[in-house]
Ligand binder design. Structure first.
Ligand code: BT5
Length: 330
């Protein structure tokens, strides 16, 4: 785990904030309340982590280069002060699954909005114990601990708000169109670029929800079983993406959409419906009870999928399953 230091955070926050000109050492001293010696030592130790700074006697101190990997204090320094999501961030080189970690943290009273990032996962997972391919040095894998005020019967809505936040972040950062494939896939040009996994703990006196998010960022080659179905941002944009910059925009959008989920869950469902791939198309849904085929009519008020089959004039509600397009439906 990366160790967190308040000095790192204070200095990076000042250097990343917009100022009319780069701050001089005395100005940085005043803004952070740290001594000039502490600032110089901290800059040196940040350089050990991959930062490069320009220090000019007249032009002040500025960040020349940031490390490609995620650093908790740097991520926190990039976020606006008012955010609740990301007030506390932990970053790990490698872990079994960030969801497992966040579930553990939740049982130890970690606060609402705590985020856990890992550079690699050894047992990243999807729904129904499926594997989430999580190699090192290339993608984003993170989990957010939420203690929602909504009743737990409505917590599934957070999968939709997460998807909306991811699509919005991809739009804001790269003008890249992306879609939600019900219930938890992020799709770019018909391939999966990300997934969302909700897990909750309801048995404790203080119930909580963990939202796990995996996004393929700079991966350009996939194992055989994923080759035809997976894509990444680098593949789609044909240029590499800065993970810290993307993570920052994701946290900003997640904060915004989670707030909206608490205040207006219905509006999130309607927006997710509009973002839904295959809306009004012939689809096939593999459910635990069997296969359902028909026209996707949208989402019910609780987020269940509505499929109009040939057997009934009212759409069938589906609460779990995998959707695919049915091209030869008659
Ligand atoms: C998901 O499950 O799509 C949810 C994935 C959530 C992953 C995040 S990473 C951070 C956090 N910690 C975790 O341990 N998990 C969360 P599902 O809808 O069940 O899809 C799983 C299926 O997606 C697999 O069976 C593969 O077919 C495919 N898949 C696996 N890895 C993939 C990848 N990297 N990119 C695209 N598709 C993948």
């Amino acid at each position: 785990m990366s160790t967190s230091s308040e000095q790192d955070f204070l200095i990076l926050q000042q250097l990343r904030s917009p100022h009319p000109h780069p701050l001089s050492l005395p100005e940085l001293t005043e803004a952070t309340g740290l001594s000039p010696e502490t600032i110089q030592q901290t800059l040196l130790s940040l350089e050990e982590s991959g930062f490069q700074f320009a220090q000019h006697p007249h032009q002040g101190i500025s960040i020349l280069k940031s490390p490609v990997q995620l650093i908790a204090d740097d991520l926190r320094a990039r976020l606006p002060d008012h955010l609740i999501i990301g007030k506390r961030i932990l970053t790990f080189q490698k872990t079994e699954s960030t969801n497992t970690l966040a579930l553990k943290l939740g049982k130890h009273d970690a606060p609402h909005g705590t985020c856990v990032f890992a550079d690699a996962q050894t047992s990243g997972r999807g729904r129904l114990a499926r594997k989430w391919h999580s190699p090192a040095g290339t993608n984003l894998y993170f989990s957010i601990l939420l203690r929602p005020s909504l009743p737990s019967s409505q917590w599934a809505t957070f999968a939709f708000s997460s998807a909306l936040a991811i699509c919005q972040a991809l739009q804001n950062c790269f003008s890249l169109p992306s879609y939600l494939k019900w219930p938890n896939d992020i799709i770019i040009r018909n391939k999966k670029s990300g997934g969302i996994l909700l897990e909750s703990s309801l048995s404790t006196t203080s119930p909580f929800l963990v939202v796990g998010i995996g996004i393929n960022v700079n991966q350009t080659e996939f194992p055989d079983e994923l080759k035809d179905i997976a894509t990444s941002l680098q593949i789609e944009l044909q240029s590499p993406v800065s993970r810290p910059e993307l993570a920052t925009e994701l946290l900003i959008q997640l904060d915004r959409f989670f707030l909206e989920t608490e205040q207006e869950p219905e509006s999130i469902i309607r927006k997710a419906e509009a973002k839904n791939l295959h809306l009004n198309q012939f689809t096939q849904v593999k459910t635990p009870e069997g296969i359902v085929s028909g026209i996707m009519r949208g989402l019910d008020t609780d987020g269940a999928l509505l499929i109009l089959t040939s057997h009934s004039s009212t759409p069938q509600r589906i609460t779990s399953g995998d959707v695919s397009l049915l091209t030869n439906f008659h």
